[in-house]
Design a protein around this ligand. Structure first.
Ligand code: GDP
Ligand code: MG
Length: 163
């Protein structure tokens, strides 16, 4: 059985960038079912010798403000349900926002294992947000840069027990 890893996080933290880096050109068929499923892409990911299915919870950017929270909650809960491990991304440059706390609360109440990663951590601009991420109560964050391919060895170590 191939493990499923769901990338969760508010818009613009770098979920799709990380998805693309881990999937490369091996993009699987895009779900075309109606509703929240439409907003998710899945692919066959590779990281070192690890192979797993990865789900990118995309599409929230297009949601209208009124339905955003409901759709996000539904999509996140569905992704968590079908995942063996959740990869929760926050933005080390922007720092924590209320939506990050919202996701953290959802994840803390769930039994699915969570790997917390502070993305965009390359350079000094990411230091503040990285340390803030400790306050989410989800353990030690992994500093990483999806864009520059940094932190992937730590991500490997964190994923390995779960996939
Ligand atoms: P998503 O909305 O969570 O899927 O985020 P995207 O993957 O679309 O990325 C949002 C923006 O952040 C884009 O402009 C990316 O180029 C940028 N980005 C993604 N990863 C990094 C990173 O590691 N460092 C920096 N500085 N920017 C990044
Ligand atoms: Mg995206």
């Amino acid at each position: 059985m191939t493990a499923t890893v769901a990338i969760i996080g508010r818009p613009n933290v770098g979920k799709s960038t990380l998805f693309n880096r881990l999937v490369g050109k091996r993009l699987a068929l895009v779900d075309d079912q109606p509703g929240v499923t439409r907003d998710r892409r899945s692919g066959d990911a590779r990281l070192g010798d690890l192979r797993f299915r990865i789900v990118d919870t995309a599409g929230l950017e297009e949601a209208s403000a009124s339905s955003l929270e409901g759709r996000m909650r539904a999509q996140t809960e569905e992704a968590i349900r079908e995942a063996d491990v959740v990869l929760f991304l926050v933005d080390a440059r922007a720092g924590l926002m209320p939506l990050d706390e919202h996701f953290a609360n959802l994840l803390r109440r769930n039994s699915t294992p969570v790997i917390l990663a502070a993305n965009k951590a390359e350079g000094k601009a990411g230091e503040g947000g990285f340390y803030e991420a400790f306050t989410l109560g989800l353990g030690e964050p992994i500093p990483m840069s999806a864009e520059h391919g940094e932190g992937l060895a730590d991500l490997y170590d964190a994923l390995r027990p779960h996939v």
